[in-house]
Design a protein around this ligand. Structure first.
Ligand SMILES: Nc1ncnc2c1ncn2[C@@H]1O[C@H](COP(=O)(O)OP(=O)(O)OP(=O)(O)O)[C@@H](O)[C@H]1O
Length: 219
């Protein structure tokens, strides 16, 4: 699913955010990316999401060479990736159901199939019955679960999560992690950037550790 070979990233006005990173993530695998603030976690996810381009090395994701990803192809490439943000980025003026439906609508789906898939995604995260609510009417944990439903509604084979539990208490964090495990168990590859060591230990999953842009351990 992901193959990085000697990948480096230097921002135009900065130093090396990533240095000579090599790793693979197989289809259906789950792994954490950890490291202190500024270690390069978000940069790694941004490369995979096609938000930034690698400066050196070869990065392949879902069969796409990221250095050759054109602006025109980007929307198609992105459909293969579900992305979950710490601040979930839900649109406040839309209902929960319409927020979750967005990736399907953008991909050109319409009609009853959209409603059916939105309900199935909300059911998976335990939020059936909140379809007509607005995001503001939900708790932080519920909003995060709406973000997860939206990331997964189009059934992407790869899920990226950047500090998905940053704003949640330990119990809700565990719940979100259980959801990731469930999706992983049905074959979705999951890569989670987090600095929550307690949670990472509890999950007992593969962990890539970055330090000042270098990959210092992969266990
Ligand atoms: N757009 C940018 N332009 C220039 N430098 C950047 C940019 N984005 C990140 N950096 C730098 O790249 C390095 C890695 O940043 P990154 O955000 O990937 O780290 P992180 O591990 O995700 O940190 P945090 O846990 O604080 O989010 C940092 O030194 C940061 O200042």
């Amino acid at each position: 699913m992901i193959r990085f070979e000697h990948v480096s990233k230097r921002y135009a006005n900065g130093g090396d955010a990533l240095k000579d990173i090599s790793f693979t993530l197989e289809a259906g695998e789950i792994a954490f990316v950890t490291g202190h603030s500024g270690a390069g976690k978000s940069t790694l996810l941004k490369l995979i999401a096609g938000i930034e381009k690698p400066s050196r090395g070869q990065a392949l994701v879902n069969g796409q060479n990221l250095a050759r990803l054109s602006r025109r192809r980007l929307p198609y490439y992105r459909r293969g990736i579900g992305i979950i943000f710490q601040d979930h980025k839900l649109l406040p003026e839309l209902s929960v159901a319409d927020n979750v439906a967005l990736p399907l609508v953008v991909a050109g789906h319409h009609g009853p199939e959209v409603g059916r898939r939105v309900r199935a995604a909300l059911d998976k995260v335990g939020l059936l019955g909140k379809e007509r609510s607005t995001p503001q009417a939900l708790s932080g944990g519920e909003q995060q679960r709406v973000g997860i439903a939206r990331a997964l509604v189009a059934r992407p084979p790869l899920l990226l999560a950047d500090e998905p539990t940053g704003n949640l208490d330990p119990e809700l964090s565990r719940e979100v992690m259980r959801l990731f495990r469930d999706f992983n168990q049905v074959g979705v590859a999951v890569l989670i950037a987090s600095h929550d060591h307690a949670l990472i230990e509890e999950m007992d999953a593969r962990t890539l550790t970055l330090h000042a842009g270098s990959l210092v351990s992969d266990v």
